[in-house]
Design a protein around this ligand. Structure first.
Ligand SMILES: NC(=O)c1ccc[n+]([C@@H]2O[C@H](COP(=O)([O-])OP(=O)(O)OC[C@H]3O[C@@H](n4cnc5c(N)ncnc54)[C@H](OP(=O)(O)O)[C@@H]3O)[C@@H](O)[C@H]2O)c1
Length: 334
């Protein structure tokens, strides 16, 4: 069965109600098998996944280059989303700068188009907000890219509710992409209500809690050397054991329903969005074909009121923040 579809924003593209996060195919989550990653892209499309999510920062351009041939081969079916704003330095792997100035945006889009090998990006996100740059200037520069035909629709990532409203007054925003999962719910304070009010679709990233909610690992030490999650506040030190205990109810509900913990986590995000009255298109990340049927099947899982009530307190009990430096997120500016 193909996935149901949803429209992103008031006049945005129609997409399968679950997208695919491509980030891990290049960086952050341990070694990758490129052939399997590429096969995963094709298999996702076959299952009705049409929103493919990348960013210029993933693998410092590698991820855009990796998915480019797939996007070109399926240009009329794929809704291509990429992002700008996070700057890196070749001589300092840990460095992350945030750039929102119009000149940077104009050069970033050309570099992404070149790496992807396409004429137009369907959904172009500002990945992070630099509060020192007026938002109207950044979104104004993004709107000029729409006028120039380089970009079809605009998105933002990790902005507050007020920032979303301010941006929307400059140009319609099709999608807000921020972290949202059973573990991470700070977006429900301001960003989610603003998106619902404006008719902006919500694209939850890390809906599986970077894999932790699936129970596939319970502590940073289980991950390979160099995996970004080894230093994540929620998976390291004493926090890991506390948080692993919070995954147990998810696994229990899954077992009771003949489902997996990943499916429960994805169904939760869909049903939480209904409570807030907004369209949601989560983008679980995977590099493996074997995960796709499982993840997309979550679209037909409905959790009961009792199951939702059991999951409700979890976010409030999570030990550790979702980033080591929360100033890198919208919650850091609320
Ligand atoms: N806007 C932003 O700031 C931002 C930040 C982070 C991520 N993102 C985007 O959001 C996407 C998704 O987020 P994410 O990758 O960080 O986290 P996620 O989707 O919560 O989790 C991905 C992890 O879960 C594993 N996984 C996937 N399906 C599984 C299943 N059914 N059972 C067990 N494990 C499973 C994956 O491993 P395998 O690959 O081995 O399957 C991967 O390690 C990214 O790919 C990226 O495109 C955006």
């Amino acid at each position: 069965m193909s996935l149901p579809t949803a429209v992103l924003g008031s006049n945005g593209p129609t997409v399968g109600i679950q997208g695919l996060g491509c980030m891990g195919m290049s960086e952050f989550y341990g070694p990758t098998d490129t052939a399997e990653a590429l096969a995963t892209l094709d298999a996702a499309l076959d299952l009705g996944v049409t929103l493919f999510d990348t960013a210029d920062v993933y693998g410092s351009g590698h991820n855009e280059e990796l998915i480019g041939p797939f996007v070109r081969a399926n240009r009329d079916k794929v809704v291509l989303a990429t992002k700008f704003a996070i700057e890196r330095r070749a001589d300092d792997p840990a460095y992350r700068g945030v750039r929102n100035d119009p000149a940077y945006i104009r050069s970033a889009v050309d570099a992404s188009l070149r790496r992807l090998g396409v004429d137009v990006i369907d959904l172009y996100y500002m990945h992070r907000r630099d509060p020192a740059v007026p938002l109207a200037d950044s979104v104004g520069a993004m709107a000029e890219l729409v006028q120039a035909g380089k970009v079809r629709h605009l998105g933002l990532s990790e902005v507050t509710g007020d920032e979303l409203r301010e941006a929307y007054a400059v140009h319609p925003i099709a999608a807000l992409q921020s972290e949202w999962s059973i573990f991470s719910r700070d977006v429900e304070r301001t960003a989610v209500p603003a998106a619902a009010e404006l008719g902006v679709a919500f694209v939850p990233y890390s809906p599986l809690g970077r894999g932790f909610l699936t129970g596939s690992f319970a502590a940073a030490e289980e991950l390979t050397e160099g995996d970004y999650r080894r230093n994540h506040p929620q998976f390291s030190g004493a926090n890991a054991a506390e948080n692993a205990a919070l995954v147990a109810p998810i696994q229990k509900i899954a077992a009771g329903r003949g489902a997996t913990a990943a499916q429960v986590a994805l169904a939760w995000v869909q049903q939480r969005a209904e409570v807030h009255g907004l369209t949601v298109v989560p983008i679980p990340g995977t590099r493996k074909r074997s995960r796709l049927a499982e993840n997309t099947a979550a679209a037909s899982l409905r959790l009961t009121a009792e199951e939702l009530a059991e999951l409700e307190p979890i976010a409030g009990q999570v030990a550790g923040t979702r980033y080591a430096d929360m100033s890198f997120t919208s919650a850091g500016r609320e």
